[in-house]
Design a binder for this molecule. Sequence first.
Ligand SMILES: *Cc1c(COP(=O)(O)O)cnc(C)c1O
Length: 365
Amino acid sequence: MLSDPPLSNSLFLHKLRAVDSIDFRSDTVTWPTETMRTAMAQAPLGDDVYGEDPSVNRLEALAAARAGKEAGLFVASGTMGNLVAILSHASRGDEAIVGEDTHAYRDEAGGLSVLGGVMARALPTDWKGRMDLSQMEEAVNPDDPHFARTRLILLENSYGAKNGAAISEPYFEAVHRLAERFGLAVHLDGARLFNAAAALKIPATEITRHVDSVTFCLSKGLCAPVGSVLCGTSEFIYQAQRARKVLGGGMRQAGVLAAAGLVALTEMIDRLSEDHATAQLLAGELAQLPGIRIEPEVVQTNMVFFELDETVPLSAQEVVDELKARSGILLGTAGHRRFRAVTHYWVRAAEVDQLVEALAPIVTG
Ligand SMILES: *Cc1c(COP(=O)(O)O)cnc(C)c1O
């Protein structure tokens, strides 16, 4: 163990934050906790490309256990985790069935085709982000030289583009059965898997037992500064190591990052339901505001989407700019008259009150 003193002076830690702002734009803005800072400073390290970083090895083993899989692979981001999974499951010219508004298809710069040569067969999703099972079945190409080989189904939970919806287990079971029937692999983009599990009040493994591989982000609601983990069978993760190397994702003393991830997995998962309660509180308060339209019943996890009603002569961007100018509070837009607020460790009930108080005079004129 290192003999350096721990970074326990919170005044010092405070100075390590760029801006001490109230930020509802995303849960990616979360600073690492003080426990994480200390763990990072004290982490035992090695060269992870040689498989010798004890902190990374511990993180990968713990992540695999949390996901109910044999092995894990630490990657730089959720985007890299999805891409490594796609490269490991499918080859050039293969086809993947995806939701048309899923992150891996819409928000990852087309990586599956840019780097994997994989075609996307995009299907519509319902209000929770579920594809229709009969449409999925129709989308599986027959074994015929005219067609690309269908190889993979990509799922997401919680579903960001649909209010952060938590999709329950039966959908995954049904997709699993369909995939088995056609010999397809299933990858789950579980960037916020533990939010979904918390909202459904089930262990995450009830979902992940139906998929071949799963990624989850340490750097969102779980507060680690960097990183995701991809989990699957040992054989799959062995393949995935090569794909990660191809992408330039082989890191060296990555244990400084993994140490924060270990705190994320041991201390931060069980509190995610607090963020969901904060989201419910925010939705309830916004519903009382003239000028705001919201359906509080669609709020299931830590995301709150809401809109301006016709009476407000401003765009969402103008409201967000005005809010920042008046109060310093940061809020995201999700369209011309639509907003997204995400709750997380650093925004609680007090910050919700501040947001609603600052927003009220802007939207009521
Ligand atoms: C954030 C996110 C990702 C990608 O994670 P990054 O670490 O930002 O690359 C993937 N999928 C979903 C659903 C996400 O919300």
